[in-house]
Design a protein around this ligand. Structure first.
Ligand code: PEP
Ligand code: MG
Length: 593
């Protein structure tokens, strides 16, 4: 038996068969070749295209379930793989550039998807992701890597991977992935956020698990403890089976669904949910979510390439309808960083997190942006909708976004498409410059929503997806606390509300402090709502406020954490407190302590 320890992400014990997914194609070899090698490279390409075509034909034929619906996609991919014009372009580029064929395929397809992406036709823009998929399949084939796609999983597995992209999580056959273990990743990466919202028990940051796990072998994932057990003997298996039975009964514990989130002395806060895909909205009522504080609309783009206005409208309307009159805040696309579309291949940018991301991406593609704005506006006929802009770094960006919103409204009016004229437009506060100019931004914002995942990353200069430095990503850092307080105060000085939709908002341990800092709204993974509510209902506001005051005066993370732990133990004596202090085996969603 061997136990590997990593970062606990989604609690839950799963015993099952390991499936290794080694997706190494993200580093594409790039080297020069001699004129005498051109012919050989071309032959390799023709063989890879033939093989890809065979696979695609088989995939297209395969009927039933999730795969059946993918038939049309595979058919489109097949057409491209066999397109004589595409073959001609590859040959011409090879004969002029003298570079290895993997790189030639990558370059030709990237240019093609970039062109498609900039087209004014929605239909053509949508094809960009198909080109990227074909590129990936061909390059994998050339590298001799099995072009298996996670959509094709046919039996229940524990997925073990080096690293997965958010788009991998979206497209994998989630019904079959019972748990996930990953070498890379931290708690606030987008891959982690998606895994949490799908509730897949996961352990991340394992460093080199894929080298130790053998495919097909039985392993145990203990998501709460952040542990993976390899080669468990009969006794250990029995022990985990018993724990499994116990933990599922605990999870059914009462949910304070219909109680309000109010301190014992009457301070009321609002608890909302974060979602990534429309289906999630249908689940929210059972957690008592008072609305959706963050709908990450970019996941629709990652899932389907790009949505047309009508497709987006359908998705947004579905969410708004499911909420039955409760407000829905739709964030405009935050693509880039770790959420890339085909045109943003890794080779494009040295520092994607500081690059062409979120509002910067949207403002540089106004047609695409206005398409989304119109779809959001039009969805407001189904219920209350707010709009929110990600990664605003200063007032000019906000003004540009707002003026495109006005243009989108004028376009809807021209077509007689109804929408809520008074729709609120808010600003995400997730960059230090936004905090420092929050008073200016508040003048043009209907509300603020603090994105702590990015705010921590940019304030402390810690890549949120890099497990080597994740120990530095401390929400309890005095700089982070001061920034949060500055943003909240700037909102209140202007009479607008201050929300938070970063992962910190869903950490029960942080709830008293955030309440004391006078945060108005918390938006989080729906499953965290009952726990956060339980804490808020067990505290009095005065005590939260004095905690916030002391925490703001502290000079180190440790001091802040100690203050928070002490206050929690005073209000929640007994064994329950271990859930929030990090002493418990199940750290779950506690990122604060
Ligand atoms: C954040 O940065 O805290 C946030 C909510 O946005 P995202 O995690 O999607 O970047
Ligand atoms: Mg963010």
């Amino acid at each position: 038996m061997k136990v590997l320890s990593g970062v606990s992400l989604v609690p839950g014990i799963v015993i099952g068969k390991a499936f290794l997914y080694l997706d190494d194609d993200r580093e594409i070899p790039h080297y020069a070749i001699g004129p005498d090698q051109v012919r050989g490279e071309l032959e390799r390409f023709v063989a890879a295209a033939r093989e890809a075509a065979e696979d695609l034909r088989a995939l297209e034929k395969n009927g039933g379930g999730e795969k059946g619906e993918q038939g049309a996609i595979f058919r489109a991919h097949l057409m491209m793989v066999e397109d004589p014009d595409f073959h001609y372009q590859i040959k011409a580029r090879l004969e002029s550039k003298y570079e290895n064929i993997e790189w030639i395929v990558f370059e030709v397809t990237r240019e093609l998807s970039q062109k498609l992406m900039q087209s004014s036709s929605e239909y053509l823009r949508e094809r960009a992701s198909d080109v990227a998929d074909v590129s990936r399949r061909l390059v994998r084939g050339l590298q001799g890597i099995n072009p298996f796609s996670l959509i094709e999983l046919e039996e229940d597995v524990i997925l073990a991977a080096r690293s997965l992209l958010p788009s991998d999580v979206l497209t994998m056959n989630k019904a079959r992935v019972k748990a996930l273990v990953m070498d890379s990743g931290s708690r606030t990466s987008h891959t982690a956020i998606l895994l949490r919202s799908f509730g897949i028990p996961s352990v991340l940051g394992l460093s080199n698990a894929v080298r130790e796990i053998s495919g097909g072998g039985v392993i145990i994932v203990d998501g709460g403890a952040g542990q993976v057990v390899l080669d468990p003997g009969a006794e250990v298996l029995k022990d985990y089976e018993e724990r499994l039975a116990r933990s599922s009964s605990v999870r059914k514990a009462a949910v304070l669904k219909d109680r309000s989130a109010e301190t014992t002395d009457g301070r009321r806060v609002i608890l909302k949910a974060n979602i990534g895909i429309p289906e999630e909205a249908e689940e929210l009522a059972r957690y008592g979510a008072e609305g959706i504080g963050l709908y990450r609309s970019e996941f629709l783009f990652l899932q389907t390439g790009q949505g047309t206005e009508e497709q987006q409208l359908e998705a947004y309307s579905r969410v708004v309808r499911a909420m039955k009159g409760k407000p829905v805040t739709i964030r405009t696309i935050d693509l880039g960083g770790d959420k890339t579309l085909p045109v943003m291949q890794p080779a494009d940018e040295e520092n994607p997190l500081l690059g062409w991301r979120a509002i910067r991406f949207s403002l540089s593609l106004p047609d695409l942006f206005k398409t989304q704005l119109r779809a959001i506006l039009r969805s407001s006929v189904e219920g209350p909708v707010k709009i929110m802009f990600p990664m605003i770094s200063g007032i000019e960006e906000l003004e540009s976004a707002l003026s495109l919103l006005e243009e989108a409204k004028a376009e809807c009016r021209k077509k007689n498409q109804p929408f809520a004229e008074d729709m609120e437009a808010g600003t995400m506060i997730e960059i230090p410059s936004a905090v420092m100019t929050a008073d200016i931004l508040a003048e043009r914002s209907a509300f603020f929503s603090i994105g702590t995942n990015d705010l921590i990353q940019y304030t402390l200069a810690v890549d949120r997806g890099n497990e080597k430095v994740s120990y530095l990503a401390q929400p309890a850092h005095p700089a982070v606390l001061r920034f949060i307080k500055l943003a909240i105060d700037a909102a209140h000085a202007r009479g607008i509300s201050a929300a938070m939709c970063g992962e910190l908002a869903g950490d029960p341990a942080a709830a008293p402090l955030l309440t004391g800092l006078e945060l108005d709204e918390f938006s989080m993974t729906a499953a965290s709502i009952p726990q956060v509510k339980r804490i808020i209902r067990g505290m009095d506001f005065e005590s939260c406020r004095s905690l916030a005051e002391e925490a703001l005066a502290a000079t180190t993370c440790k001091q802040v954490q100690a203050l928070v732990s002490r206050r929690l133990s005073e209000h929640f004596p007994g064994p329950g407190i271990s859930d929030f202090t990090g002493n418990s085996r199940e750290r779950g969603n506690n990122i604060f302590l």
